[in-house]
Design a protein around this ligand. Structure first.
Ligand code: AMP
Ligand code: GLY
Length: 422
């Protein structure tokens, strides 16, 4: 099998790494890819949000499977164009990708499917916005309806700040909408559900660290680290989420004539009243994927191809390592603000018990590896338990040199200490 992975980040590097290790995969092409993937994949440029360009590339290389990493190409219709061209794609159609592209649409599907989630109001005017903010107690949760690159959600105790963010969302255009939601209290978890339009196969649960500083302080980021599995979560939680969330959503999408293929990423709050959906994404999460795939022993190509072809029901049960995985993100100076880029990165060789996945990296004119984005690297380590995995991951982080870079020091710390429960 030949696989094409669309994207440039550490999530895509993790996908490429697992596909390259699959005995059934003869070649991996990454577009556009990044310098870290170079050794295991053929990296070629593409405009990932141009469906025709992706189809042409897939046809040129006669690939059997296209795996789309980020949401933007899916929302732009890349999966639809591939399907029309008869090329198997792992990723949903543009219509099904609205589960991530519009929070109001996701709420509507959840309501129709009877999925547990926070109460919410979709607002289109200032008066609706203020009425909704006053209807729910603080903390206020205000969400831009559309894709906002991680900047669309504000959670705040300040009524004025809530109104200001909501008005900012409404000012984006005549058909702008904002979602005001009940605050959900409890630890968060991510579950990636592999879907083929009918059948749902869950991966193992993971936890992401969204705030930039230790102790969940500071602004939101794309994710500063992750770990898997969640030993503190109740037994059978993933199966419960499939039964109460993923399967009803997949059934509802099929009923609407827009079947869901790809990853349904269920972002959950584990509240005292039970799990509640915080959000859906229609692609793998970054950086959770780096930790989850580190433990998956079933060859990835087989799994994603079965999802793309609609044959998941016939797949043997997934096999997992019983070790724990921790991912720590090394971010550029000033991230999540405008990152400082172009600085040399060193110390990536001979890391003990850990490996590095690239995200915001590039080669300069002299071939030196330099920073080129906000989240620069994901360091991944496995251990017999979370403590061991943390030690290995942080040992590697200390060896890597990038001027001004920063990372969180508490990824998986509370879980390793047994301080979490649900
Ligand atoms: P999202 O972009 O939907 O992932 O939201 C970003 C972050 O905002 C989530 O990871 C949560 O930490 C927080 N958040 C979103 N919705 C809620 C909610 N209803 N209650 C509490 N926190 C929320
Ligand atoms: N880890 C959060 C995301 O991928 O959206």
């Amino acid at each position: 099998m030949k696989a094409l992975v669309i994207g440039t980040g550490a999530r895509e590097h993790a996908l490429v790494r697992s596909l390259a290790a699959d005995p059934d995969v003869d070649a991996v092409i990454a577009a556009p890819g990044n310098p870290g993937m170079d050794a295991i994949a053929l990296c070629v440029p593409v405009d990932a949000t141009d469906p025709d360009a992706v189809v042409a590339l897939a046809a040129e290389h006669a690939v059997d499977l296209v795996v789309v990493g980020p949401e933007a190409p899916l929302v732009a219709g890349v999966a639809d164009a591939l399907q029309e061209a008869g090329i198997t794609c792992f990723g949903p159609s543009a219509e099904a990708a609205r589960l991530e592209g519009s929070k109001a649409y996701a709420k509507e599907v959840m309501a129709a499917a009877g999925v547990p989630t926070g109460a919410a109001r979709v607002c289109t005017t200032e008066s609706e916005l203020i009425a909704a903010i006053d209807e729910f107690a603080a903390p206020h949760v205000i969400k831009d309806d559309g894709l906002a690159a991680g900047k669309g959600v504000v959670v705040t105790l300040e009524r004025d700040a809530a109104i200001e963010h909501g008005l900012g969302c409404l000012a984006k255009g005549d058909d702008a909408q904002v979602v005001v939601e009940e605050y959900l209290d409890g630890p968060e978890a991510s579950l990636f559900c592999i879907c083929d339009g009918t059948t749902v196969v869950p991966l193992h649960l993971a936890q992401d660290f969204k705030r930039v500083f230790d102790g969940d302080e500071g602004p939101n980021t794309g994710g500063m680290g992750a770990y898997s599995p969640l030993e503190w979560a109740p037994d059978g939680l993933a199966e419960e989420i499939v039964r109460t969330v993923a399967q009803p959503v997949v059934d509802e999408m099929a009923r609407r004539g827009t079947p869901f293929t790809g990853v349904l990423y269920v972002g959950l709050a584990l509240t005292a009243r039970g799990p509640r959906v915080i959000e859906f994404n229609v692609r793998f999460g970054d950086p959770e994927t780096q930790a989850v795939l580190a433990r998956l022993e079933t060859p990835l190509g087989r799994l994603l191809l079965a999802a793309g072809r609609g044959t998941l029901a016939a797949l043997e049960p997934l096999r997992w390592s019983d070790r724990s995985a921790v991912t720590v993100v090394i971010a550029a100076k000033n991230y999540p603000g405008t990152p400082v880029t172009g600085d040399p990165i060193s110390g990536l060789d001979d890391l003990d018990g850990a490996y590095v996945l690239h995200a915001g990296t590039a080669r300069d004119d002299d071939g030196v590896l330099v920073s080129a984005g906000g989240r620069v690297l994901s360091v991944v380590a496995l251990g017999d338990d979370l403590e061991q995995a943390r030690t290995a991951a942080y040992g590697a982080v200390e060896q890597i040199d990038l001027e001004g870079s920063h990372h969180r020091t508490d990824i998986a710390l509370r879980a390793a200490r047994g301080e979490l429960s649900a």
